[in-house]
Design a protein around this ligand. Sequence first.
Ligand code: C2O
Ligand code: CU
Length: 487
Amino acid sequence: ILALSVAFALMIGCSKSSDTTVTPDGTSSATTVSGTYNDLWIPPTITGTTFNLTLAKTTKQMRTGSVTNTYSYNSTGFWGPTLIMNKGDFVKMNVTNNLPEATTTHWHGFHIPAIMDGGPHQMIDAGTTWTPSFEIRNNAGTYWYHPHLHEKTKEQLTYGTGGLIIIKDPVESALALPRTYGEDDIPLILTSRSYGTSNAFDLSARAYGDYQLTNGTSNAQISLPKQFVRLRILNAEIERGYNLGFSDNRTFYVITNDGGLLDAPVPVTRVKMMVGERVEILVNLGADAVGSSLDLKAYNSGQAFGFPGGESNSSGDFGSLLNNKDFPVLHINVKAATASAITALPAKLTTNTYWTNTDVTNSRTITITGGQGATAFSFDNNLYGDTKINQTVKLNAVEKWTITNNNIFGHSFHIHDIQFKIISRSSGTVGTHESGWKDTVYVPVGESVSVIAKFDDFASSTNAFMYHCHFSNHEDGGMMGQFLVTQ
Ligand code: C2O
Ligand code: CU
């Protein structure tokens, strides 16, 4: 495989597409990029209160040679526009599906009525438009939208269906933080793909791509100003976890979790991100020389359970060139500071009031089951059923959910409707980098994770919310349940 990919990298290293140099892979050695970098694609933005999204078949020059068939919103090619919304706004979404098949569009992390949520039941048939509208009640932070049609989620995601959402609010706006999109506030959507004949995406059962993509760009590079820079990172993989850090092991600062600002920036040298999770980080480039460069890298990040210091990663590479390797996700070239440079780290970000055990009015346990032999992963030995309600929660209940994983694989557990606080991990303490509001949590093998959330505002006796593994292959396989919030 190594010899082949070296030959391949050499082969494509000197080719050019019409306007951009495309050196797709960079995995001839897993640790260094051979060939040149490609400029990071920054998704265009849509602002306001009406968001028009049209999903259609598209193509994108993902690598040298044939274009790759993709699906994308608003013909962006791979991942759609970034939607910028304000907390408190009442927004109207017009989602037109021009694919020859049904889809759904889910607003991941949003606290909205179940009928607007875009889960498996809010089907958008081919050729139709779905028009949910809702108030933005979430805190400022980084969210995302993606398809959620049962048994089609992995395939539609693989094609590139999805995009980022940025919510703004007065608390965040009052802080001295970088917020010039594309300049010192950079969206980074991390995933990977494998390719078949004519550069078609590999849609087989393989869950780990061979070629890493940042915003759909392989071997991505960006020039960033010599100052504090904010990176909004989403793990949009099928199954891979990322353990991120910088090539010189510098300290950087986590400022948000899935559901918004932490109380204060948390210094780290690595941050682990499982599928569906978002963090915003601040990195100080103020001491870097103009013209110098560094990499944001994924360290030993191959598998769901490949985290260093966590579970064993000795179980193989699942056939991916990237698994159990260190590889760059963004090459950063340092340029001169901007006029409005942020040069200091805020000491304090916000004041969150988190739920604690004393607030809890009901507790439940969800056990990860299945996955042995040919059986699909499931919760409590139940596979997803369209009309099966697995949990019923009373409106305004403050619930503690304990997710227990004595199974064979780690999973990324996501609950719709609410943001929760992780209050315990059976393996030890909850990391300060995951101490904020979360909607997705990694549950490693052998661990029980307890989270607390209030299920307020939206009740319905008929429209359910989902909870599921965010590995879309597991979700499609039935590792998903439904809960009703009732009066
Ligand atoms: Cu990101 Cu149920 O989804
Ligand atoms: Cu899973």
